[in-house]
Design a binder for this molecule. Sequence first.
Ligand SMILES: Nc1ncnc2c1ncn2[C@@H]1O[C@H](COP(=O)(O)OP(=O)(O)OP(=O)(O)O)[C@@H](O)[C@H]1O
Length: 290
Amino acid sequence: MYQFIVNPHAGRGKGITSWQQVESVLKQTDVMYDVKFTKEKGEAIHLAKTATDQNQWTAVVAVGGDGTVHEVANGLYKSNVPLGYVPAGTGNDFAREWSIPFDPIQAWQRIAQHEVKQSDIILADNRVVLCYISAGFDGYVSRLVDASNWKKGLGKASYFFGALLSLKSFQPYTLELQLDENDYRFENVWLVTMSNAKSLGGGMMITPHANPTDGLIDLCIVHKLTKIDFLRVFPKVYAGKHVDHPAVTFLQGKQATVKTEPKMWAFADGEEVGNQTISLEIIPNGIFLL
Ligand SMILES: Nc1ncnc2c1ncn2[C@@H]1O[C@H](COP(=O)(O)OP(=O)(O)OP(=O)(O)O)[C@@H](O)[C@H]1O
């Protein structure tokens, strides 16, 4: 028996249409299921947690974007209930990482095959992070986009538009990083990402060496760039070709503390998580996946 948790508004309505496609297939089979629709931010965490308490589900399946699967994973953490995912968002970076089909019916068919895998998770101040947590330019852009209504008209392109606008006003920052037993200080930082997956923002391969089963957090620090250089490096990230640029530093570790001065807003799997010092650690095999 499957518990589906659907964010109807994910991907500008793709959440509900994807669910309808999956449900039309389910109705032709004898698969038992229940569906709950989220009405607001945060609700999917509680719905998933409730499902783990009921002890009757083969899997809990998130239907939505990276924000929805992030919330469902937080509700499932520390249970043995596997996470299924039907991607229906704008970015879908978690689906990219695990080669989950973007077609809802194919995604469901993969879940139904029931090949259980385990993924590492990053635990950031008690929050389960599936793909990445970042602070800096991308969060600055996200906040600008979220405060606008550009997404309605521009969709994914609103982030590109936001990035161009943000270039003028964004001020690079100082990063103090403790990573395992080492201390680092970076000046003039544009972005730090702590990743379990290769991409963020809908396929930008910011940490192309990340692997969600290697027991490590991959960090990418972009620093000491002029605005013109940033414009040159930025498009390269889509193909992961920024790796040799002297302004990009890659590190790996198991535990980190990240402090920015001035305080930068952090985003985890695309969701805003505050602007305080972040403590994080990798939890190998922290969640079951289908
Ligand atoms: N009924 C709802 N109405 C409005 N927002 C909701 C609702 N249900 C969930 N949310 C919130 O919507 C936000 C965005 O959802 P989600 O990330 O799944 O979609 P997306 O932004 O389109 O996709 P992606 O993150 O892959 O780009 C999340 O913060 C989620 O908590």
